[in-house]
Design a protein around this ligand. Structure first.
Ligand code: ZN
Ligand code: ZN
Length: 253
């Protein structure tokens, strides 16, 4: 019994470390890219970035616990529908499962995010995330613990319901990390043709999420604009004018 508890604790601890290090590497990498591409963009935001890092590392622990329990159950008891034999399902299922995971995560995120924009819940759970004005690459996991819990349970729950190859699961987590950081870093990394072209009408990138942070409403989605469009909450693409202003001021000063 105590061995089991120790094994679960160890697994949760290991997952917390993995999520924390993943955050530091990805946000640190994008913050470094920001310094090169847009020097001065984060000038004056040092205190805010410290706060973002603190909340994000706390979130890493919250993400690590359910992930650690599930990882332990998968290894020790064969829980979950994660599979390692690529032939266990037809090959076409690989992209389909990737899309399913992203779509369901997006749906969950849209509705919980909208719910957290109700004034009462906003104050409790979501004000922390919006304290970043404007967000930086370090804000990717800057969530109040209540919000972090809503985010932390999604993938650990889905692996019990929808079969997924372990590599596809890795891809899901990579997309989640890259978009989480990219959407908050204050500039657009994707080409204009994508963001303002046909694909951009359905995909969410930094330009779309920037408008959410500027307006405090609308554009609640995570990866796709489907729910925002279907529910009339899509407020269109934002602009990085405020960031450009700050950069000019920084250059002048
Ligand atoms: Zn929000
Ligand atoms: Zn955000």
């Amino acid at each position: 019994m105590t061995d089991t508890v120790a094994a679960i604790l160890l697994s949760a601890l290991a997952m917390t470390a993995i999520v924390g290090v993943r955050y530091l590497i990805s946000s640190g990498g994008f913050a470094f890219a920001t310094r090169i591409r847009h020097p001065g963009l984060y000038r004056g935001l040092e205190l805010q970035m410290k706060r973002e890092i603190g909340w994000s590392l706390a979130s890493a622990a919250i993400y690590g616990v359910p992930a650690g329990i599930v990882a332990w159950g998968w290894q020790a008891h064969g829980w979950t529908r994660i599979y390692t034999d690529v032939d266990a399902f037809p090959l076409w299922y690989l992209p389909v499962s990737l899309f399913l995971y992203l779509l369901i995560h997006d749906t969950w995120f849209y509705w919980t995010h909208r719910w957290m924009h109700q004034p009462r819940w906003f104050r409790i759970a979501h004000a922390v995330h919006h304290q970043s004005r404007p967000p930086t690459a370090w804000a990717a996991m800057s969530f109040h613990p209540v919000e972090a819990i809503t985010g932390a349970v999604v993938i650990p729950a889905l692996v019990f319901l929808i079969p997924v190859h372990v590599a596809v699961l890795g891809l899901v987590l990579t997309v989640m990390t890259v978009m989480g950081v990219g959407n908050h870093m204050g500039w657009e990394m994707f080409p204009r043709a994508l963001v303002h072209g046909p694909a951009g009408r359905w995909l969410i990138t930094a330009t779309h999420h920037e408008a959410h942070h500027a307006a405090y409403r609308g554009n609640y989605g995570l990866y796709f604009r489907f729910w925002d469009k279907a529910c009339g909450t899509d407020i269109g693409l934002g602009s990085f004018a405020a960031a450009a202003d700050r950069r000019e001021r920084a250059a002048d000063g």
